[in-house]
Design a protein around this ligand. Structure first.
Ligand code: GCU
Length: 600
């Protein structure tokens, strides 16, 4: 049987089963589009045995389960769930901090909300989720429209054909159970916040719409803007205009048989810098749809051991950040959360942040861009991933693709990170080198890195020797001298990093409970943490080619691996700031050093 015939028959079979796959490629710049927000009050049902999806013989119920949102049609009918009389949760949010009974919960929770929709002639409706952790299945009006795996990247479904005029409802099954073959895997040092943790929107687009676009400087050339536009359909001859009024640029592209069109144009934009984070109004217009974006232009390269921003050597004065909400805890997702965290980073003296260990929400990246802060963005290929499992690789590659697809127009993003602290093995090397090559096919401009580990340390001599060094542009590694080893010995350390590439220390530091004071040798006092920072800074001054640091971490964050009563209480206390905004003594040590670095 010919391959095309086979594929056609397969597609027909899938459609006939009613489980039509409706996922469509990610919408670029979703916040600029005509949309109805579905944020707000959702009913939820906790379902620890997945009773709403599997029958008593564990057969899956794409129909007949909670996705139906069924109501008894007569007093006699048996229906053992009811969303409308179930509790309500404000979405976006993680359920762990919204319902005390769900603080440690790992399993399925069902969410449902009703909404009104008015069909417009010639329009399609795309249901968009900013992120759902970890696995999600989505029904609209009782029809399953798709599912998604991965807790930190957006996805969207074309639901036009299942919507009704007027009253509609959407049901989402969310499961945050950890599994060895997941990305991340079973074990990680952050809270497994489950839920619909980012925006939900119903986006209205024309039948033929602007699916994606790219507008940035050419690689290494600050006088040329390049870009492309992709329609959702393979339309030959589609005309799309890209305009940057302030630069007097107006480029009209004609799409090819795949619905793609590209352009390049000489330009001399004011380059985006941390000191002057210039953003330009850019519009992408195809007549039936016009999108506005704010886009900055800068070049990022390496030369030997230096990182060059716009051709100038830059030291990345950074700090690591988890997506933990300041003050209220739980998953951060608002612009206000982003502004608070990034303002603290600015106060520390940062021009750069490492957004760990997964892609943060789009608002965080856009706020960093507006505030003049460069970004390291990372996928959660963290610790002991199932390197031999093809589905695991495909999942990691999908998350990498979606991270780059969403943020490729964000000039603040300078580094894509493909992993954190992964154990050496041939399978791991094959997995990561493939991810690195894939990232380069998607973006040959930004830098690629990963957080490695110190390979060996004897007699105060530390060596970095990781096969992945040839697959990264920036060599980054985590070290905890002074905390996990060699207390007070950082100043004695020598380093062997045999790569002619820039070196970033992507993590270092130690823990302290804010307000707990004592001797510098007393663990968890602010004085102990302060001493770790002082000693590490002495060591940093001796590392040749050091191009940046991002101490772990800006703010204390929840972790199920930190059980010390009265000190940790399920918080990782390595923050320079407590989750209530209290700055610890080490904050000022780092701030002082960054002031000195900025003046160099
Ligand atoms: C590791 C890891 C972090 C973790 C930190 C710690 O380096 O990358 O995710 O939180 O160490 O032990 O606190």
């Amino acid at each position: 049987m010919k391959r095309t015939t086979f594929l056609l028959l397969t597609l027909l079979a899938v459609i006939s089963l009613g489980a039509e796959v409706r996922e469509v490629p990610l919408l670029q710049n979703v916040f600029a589009r005509q949309s109805t927000s579905l944020n707000g009050k959702w009913n939820y049902i906790v379902d620890p045995f997945d009773n709403g999806y599997y029958d008593y013989r564990l057969r899956p119920m794409d129909r007949g389960g909670f996705g139906d949102n069924r109501k008894p049609s007569n007093p006699q009918e048996l229906v053992e769930y009811n969303f409308d009389t179930s509790p309500i949760m404000d979405i976006p949010s993680d359920w762990n901090t919204k319902d005390d009974q769900l603080f440690f919960y790992e399993g399925s929770v069902w969410f449902k909300r009703s909404f009104t929709y008015h069909q417009e002639e010639g329009k399609r409706a795309i249901l968009y989720f900013g992120a759902v952790n970890y696995l999600s299945m989505v029904w609209v009006n009782g029809q399953k429209v798709g599912e998604h795996v991965g807790g930190f990247t957006p996805f969207n479904f074309d639901v036009t054909d299942v919507l009704k005029e007027g009253d509609n409802f959407v049901v989402v099954r969310v499961n945050n159970q950890r599994h060895q073959d997941n990305v991340p895997t079973l074990n990680f040092d952050w809270w497994n916040y489950g839920g619909i943790t980012r925006d939900v929107m119903l986006v209205q687009v024309p039948e033929t719409y602007i699916e994606d676009y790219y507008v940035q400087l050419a690689k290494g050339d600050a006088t040329k803007i390049v870009g492309w536009v992709k329609l959702n359909r393979p339309i030959l001859g589609g005309r799309v205009t890209v305009e940057i009024p302030e630069l007097k640029i107006k480029q009209t592209v004609t799409t090819d048989a795949e619905g793609r069109g590209s352009f390049e144009v000489k330009a001399k934009p004011q380059l985006w810098t941390p000191e002057q984070p210039k953003l330009y109004q850019v519009t992408v217009d195809m007549g039936t749809e016009r999108l506005s974006d704010e886009i900055g232009f800068r070049t990022i390269e390496t030369r030997g051991k230096e990182i060059l921003l716009n051709g100038q050597t830059v030291f990345l004065r950074g700090v690591s950040i988890h997506e933990e909400a300041p003050f209220r805890q739980g998953r951060a997702w608002t612009t206000e959360d982003a502004h608070t965290l990034l303002s603290w980073a600015k106060e520390l003296g940062c021009n750069y942040v490492r957004l760990a260990h997964y892609p943060h929400n789009e608002r965080m990246v856009r706020e960093a861009e507006r505030m003049g802060i460069m970004v390291w963005s990372e996928i959660p290929v963290y610790w002991t991933i199932s390197w031999e499992n093809q589905a695991t690789y495909d999942n990691a590659q999908r998350q990498l693709t979606d991270m780059i697809t969403r943020d490729k127009n964000r000039c603040a993003v300078i580094i894509w990170s493909i992993a954190n602290e992964t154990p050496h093995s041939d399978a791991r090397d094959k997995f990561l080198s493939s991810l690195s090559k894939h990232a380069r096919t998607l973006d040959n401009v930004r830098l690629i890195s990963m957080a490695m580990e110190v390979t060996s340390a004897q007699n105060y001599h530390n060596r970095l020797n990781d096969n992945m060094n040839e697959f990264v542009d920036v060599v980054s590694f985590n070290e905890y001298i002074g905390w996990y080893r060699d207390v007070n010995d950082a100043p004695k350390m020598t380093w062997e990093i045999p790569y002619n590439k820039p070196v970033i220390i992507s993590e270092f530091g130690g823990g302290a409970l804010a307000g707990y004071h004592g001797d510098a040798n007393q663990r968890f006092t602010e004085e102990f943490q302060e001493n770790v920072y002082k000693n590490n800074i002495v060591m940093f001054e001796k590392i040749e080619g050091l191009a940046g640091t991002s101490p772990w971490i800006l703010m204390d964050f929840r972790s199920p691996r930190r059980q010390l009563p009265g000190i940790q209480d399920f918080f990782n206390r390595k923050g320079l700031i407590s989750s209530w905004g209290e700055k610890k003594k080490a904050f000022y040590v780092m701030q002082e050093w960054y002031r000195k670095k900025a003046a160099e």
